[in-house]
Design a protein around this ligand. Structure first.
Ligand code: BGC
Length: 414
């Protein structure tokens, strides 16, 4: 008995020493392949190797991460999960329920994450009370980006209501400018849709319709008006919008071919990577209405064998939430630090606005999870909604039919 206990203790000591001395390794699955995204992820790679880690990159191109999630499923099903995965929202808990995530509570506790993360965001990183993901940033989704000289040349101010947006778009169209740069991929349609839901319905309506999936909200007159506005917006995109990547739409705004883009602030990362200056070359404004749609990027660690990989997961989790990474990464990515104790001195006005609006909306109850970016709903429900939004945007379906289809699709997905 005595001997066994002793043996067990030295075996444990060996394992601990093994992890401590193992060379950290990480194969990292992510979808950050556009200009600003690639610059941002390079910051993490550098910090990881400066700290003795070996990074194996597994980028899967495709905005919004749909392709990356398909690749992840294939890897996990073949019993060969990547070490660390860009994963967010309820998908974290869905993977946890499949029993394939590693517990990173020891890092979270040693680094005091609970003291530096906003409570609402920390909740997304937990699985049955333990920490199962490390948050990177806060992206705001409800933004309009604009080419400043195009607006100036046409005597247009940043719109503060959807009617103003429509009036500006009509004027631009008449002047031969594409009013809205858009990429016809379903996640981009969903991104625009959720900003319209928030803008026309308000924060309470957004919560009921796209978080609580309340049938009355889904079939309401307000939802009919949302689809009416989506039909109007469809008239402001160019003929070649189908399938276009989001960063190519951002480039259309940069080069003055189009005036506006409705997109999260990863678009700002793209403007910055191209050397464009906020307030001079491009403008940012929240989409019309109240509230704030947040989208928090995070990494989950998968249950893998090998002390080197486990050491890699610990190092990565620690670096991601570390103050230096939080600053440098987010300066490149267009987002703001998720830590509340990082100074915004070096950040631009759009980032400062994002941070101020986030605080104000957390106080008045209008800080809401983005459905289009996987923060609000499980995959089956968000997928059901997005299918309808895309089907409507790409056909002449009436708003009334879209609302009926939406309510049915949601009911069937439960
Ligand atoms: C992610 C961003 C990413 C964007 C475009 C969003 O869902 O949160 O980090 O830049 O998709 O790929």
């Amino acid at each position: 008995m005595k001997y066994t206990a002793k043996a067990a203790i030295s075996a444990l000591a060996l394992t601990v020493a093994g992890v401590a001395h193992a060379e950290p390794q990480a194969e990292v699955l992510h979808w950050w392949t556009a200009g600003g995204e690639a610059k941002a992820v390079a910051v993490l790679q550098e910090e990881f190797s400066e700290n003795g880690g070996t990074w194996t990159d597994m980028p899967v191109a495709g905005g919004g991460g749909d392709a990356a999630m398909t690749a992840l499923r294939a890897r996990v099903l073949s019993g060969n999960a990547p070490t660390a995965v860009q994963l967010k929202g309820p998908a974290i808990q869905e993977w946890y329920e499949e029993g394939v995530l590693a517990d990173i509570s020891s890092v979270a506790e040693a680094e005091g994450w609970a003291d530096v993360l906003p409570a609402q965001i920390a909740e997304h990183m937990k699985c049955e009370g333990s920490w199962c993901a490390a948050p990177v940033n806060v992206h705001r989704v409800d933004w309009i980006w604009a080419n400043k000289s195009v607006l100036d040349a046409n005597g247009i101010e940043m719109p503060t209501t959807w009617d103003e947006f429509n009036a500006a778009a009509e004027k631009l169209k008449a002047a031969g400018v594409i009013p809205l740069a858009h990429g016809g991929q379903s996640w981009q349609d969903a991104t625009v849709f959720e900003t319209v839901v928030l803008g026309l319905g308000g924060p309470e309506f957004f919560q009921k319709a796209l978080v609580d999936l309340d049938q009355d909200a889904l079939t309401s007159d307000t939802m009919v008006k949302v689809f009416d506005e989506m039909r109007i917006l469809r008239g402001y995109v160019d003929d070649n919008f189908s399938g276009r990547d989001w960063n190519l739409a951002t480039a259309m705004v940069m080069n003055g071919e189009a005036a506006f883009q409705i997109m999260g602030d990863w678009a700002k990362g793209e403007f910055l990577a191209a050397g464009k200056v906020p307030g001079e070359d491009f403008l940012c404004a929240a989409t019309p209405g109240e509230g704030y749609l947040y989208n928090v990027d995070s990494f989950a660690m998968f249950d893998v064998d090998g002390d080197d990989k486990k050491a890699g997961q610990e190092l990565l989790a620690k670096l991601i939430v570390g103050p230096n990474f939080q600053k440098v990464f987010n300066l490149n990515k267009g987002s703001i630090p998720v830590r509340t104790d990082v100074s915004l001195d070096e950040f631009d006005d759009c980032a400062v606005k994002s941070s101020e609006d986030m605080k104000a909306s957390a106080e008045n109850g209008s800080l809401l999870p983005s459905y289009a970016h996987g923060m609000a709903l499980r995959g089956a429900q968000s997928g059901a909604i997005t299918d309808v939004v895309t089907a409507h945007f790409n056909s002449d379906m009436s708003s009334e039919d879209a609302v009926k289809m939406l309510a049915d699709a949601v009911a069937n997905s439960m």
